[in-house]
Design a protein around this ligand. Structure first.
Ligand SMILES: *[C@@H]1O[C@H](CO)[C@@H](O)[C@H](O)[C@H]1NC(C)=O
Ligand SMILES: *[C@@H]1O[C@H](CO)[C@@H](O)[C@H](O)[C@H]1NC(C)=O
Ligand SMILES: *[C@@H]1O[C@H](CO)[C@@H](O)[C@H](O)[C@H]1NC(C)=O
Length: 202
């Protein structure tokens, strides 16, 4: 009898553990592929993320045939400043940030959707298991639905899809982002330094 109780308890613990939202890294860097449906822009670059100090940087890969300016963007949310350098002209624009810092995380009150894999799980080492979550965002700034996937084992971010709008402006927000080659932590203490072209304009 005791054994049966024990097994039942184990099973419950296992189920809850599986659905417990995972904790994503506070600092990471990755190759980011992002598609913004509103602008039709497809972006590919080096992404750095610091949730503790609310800083992100995205340096796009330069493609000589790009049909729009490619940029190095730095968002310092604590200072409410955005720096954007055109990588061709090296001109810098400084502006304020019109939206709150968004964590790359499984938000509270997320609904667990389930598991899926990339690659194949039939051969050892050929695939990775992902956990997917759904969240209805409803704050004073943004309304919409976020679907996120993280690796099941280590909670490494993999993808984010968002459909919604900004409350005040009613502007649509739709994007899709994928993270590749993620490394935990930051490789360089200068990652979030204000770009050279923007100094003296702060
Ligand atoms: C840019 O376009 C030229 C001419 O079509 C092509 O030869 C070249 O490979 C392209 N470069 C890239 C990086 O796509
Ligand atoms: C900087 O601002 C100007 C004027 O609004 C704009 O034409 C230009 O594309 C901006 N550059 C960047 C890199 O955002
Ligand atoms: C979010 O999802 C809910 C439930 O599926 C749906 O009713 C709602 O219209 C969605 N909202 C947006 C902004 O897509």
């Amino acid at each position: 009898m005791l054994k049966i109780v024990f097994i039942v308890v184990l099973a419950v613990v296992a189920t809850q553990a599986q659905e417990h939202r995972c904790v994503a890294p506070t600092y990471f860097q990755a190759r980011l592929l992002a598609y913004d449906h509103e602008t039709g822009y497809y972006r590919d670059g080096r992404f750095s993320y610091d949730a503790a100090s609310q800083r992100v940087r995205m340096i796009e890969r330069v493609n000589e045939n790009a049909t729009r300016p490619q940029v190095d963007e730095l968002f310092l949310h604590h200072e409410n400043k955005a720096y954007r350098v055109d990588l061709k002209t090296r001109k810098c624009n400084v502006s304020t940030i019109d939206r709150p810092f968004r964590l790359v995380e499984v938000p509270e009150q997320s609904q667990y959707i389930g598991e899926s894999s990339i690659g194949s799980l039939e051969v050892p080492g050929a695939g990775v298991l992902l956990s997917t979550w759904f969240h209805m965002t409803h704050d004073t700034e943004v309304v919409g639905n976020l679907t996120t996937s993280f690796t099941k084992e280590e909670c490494i971010p993999y993808s984010e899809t968002f459909h919604g709008y900004q409350v005040k402006s009613k502007q649509h927000l739709r994007f899709h982002r994928k993270f590749f080659d993620v490394t935990i932590g930051l490789d360089d203490p200068n990652t979030f330094d204000v770009p050279y072209e923007c100094r003296g304009r702060i």
